[in-house]
Design a protein around this ligand. Structure first.
Ligand code: SAH
Length: 280
């Protein structure tokens, strides 16, 4: 009897575990499909942000804030696969480099995403007394993030020591973002940019563009496989950026004449291409 019951139990157990296995398999497949859909959505949103004007992107995310979260989950997963993170490199630069260390600084993180730079310095007992970070993005994921389009910053002229663009020169009007950073930086203030390598036809053109505004290049770190890290210093009082775009200017920036380039926006697109994914 005992044996019989035992036999029955193991039969039940077998069928239960078979059922469990089936359910587990189905569950796993569901989760994998869900991940794939989220990954596709991230790529779609990423491409969208690189191919529209920031005003349009802002309107879109205001209406669909949950998509901004999907974007940032996908973004974080992607950066995790990189050997180093741009934000990690920038924090290191601000902490260890002679230009910045032991100085009182107002730092503006333009297109801050999850606001990791502010979080880092706020939580550091010693450095929080020196470094004040203000974080800006289209959507405020954290309460301390200021929700704004960085092509039009709510900051006074010459009010920041350091401005940062970490992979955030996204909109087709990204030249306006650069113009705003120039405006809010103090004379001799620093502009730190991390930009995806594959967006740049030549790194020189990008450097010429920024130095052509009235900046000096101090650092160009290409050691990372995915991004380049730049440090510029504002050396002019007035931005030379929005001057007429004549062939001489195009030549200065691109090192060659391009009769098709008649406006700043198309020059911008020529220098930093949108980050688009290969279709799978
Ligand atoms: N700097 C962060 C996030 C990079 S993702 C990091 O390195 O981890 C790029 C971010 O730039 C996104 O959060 C996007 O919303 C922001 N961004 C792009 N254009 C913007 C604009 N016009 N105004 C505000 N934020 C912008």
């Amino acid at each position: 009897m005992f044996g019989k019951v035992k036999g029955n139990r193991s039969g039940n157990q077998q069928s239960i575990s078979k059922k469990n296995k089936k359910e587990l398999k189905a569950q796993r497949k569901w989760e994998q499909d869900e991940e794939r859909i989220k990954g596709s959505k991230f790529r779609l949103l990423n491409e969208y942000m690189y191919t529209v004007n920031s005003e349009e992107a802002q309107k879109h995310f205001k209406k669909n804030p949950e998509e901004f979260k999907i974007y940032h989950t996908g973004y974080a997963q992607q950066i995790e696969k990189w050997p180093e993170s741009p934000v990690g490199n920038i924090i290191k630069l601000l902490t260890e480099s002679e230009q910045f260390s032991n100085k009182k600084l107002v730092v503006c993180d333009l297109g801050c995403g999850q606001g990791e730079i502010q979080e880092h310095f706020q939580n550091d007992k010693r450095l929080s007394k020196l470094i004040t970070v203000k974080s800006f993005d289209l959507v405020a994921i954290k309460p301390y993030i200021i929700e704004t389009d960085i092509s039009n910053l709510p900051l006074d002229d010459c009010s920041c020591d350091v401005a940062i663009f970490s992979l955030s020169l996204m909109g087709i009007n990204y030249l306006d973002y650069l113009g705003e950073a120039f405006r809010v930086l103090k004379k001799n203030g620093h502009l730190i940019i991390a930009e995806v390598k594959s967006r740049m036809n030549t790194i020189d053109n990008f450097v010429n563009l920024v130095t052509g505004m009235g900046m000096k290049i101090l650092k160009r770190d290409e050691h990372n496989s995915h991004f380049v890290l730049f440090v510029f210093e504002k050396v002019m009082d007035v931005c030379q950026f929005n001057g007429p775009l004549n062939q001489k200017r195009v030549y200065q920036i691109l090192g060659q004449k391009d009769p098709n380039l008649k406006d700043w926006q198309s020059l911008g697109q020529q220098i930093l291409q949108p980050c688009v994914y290969k279709k799978r």
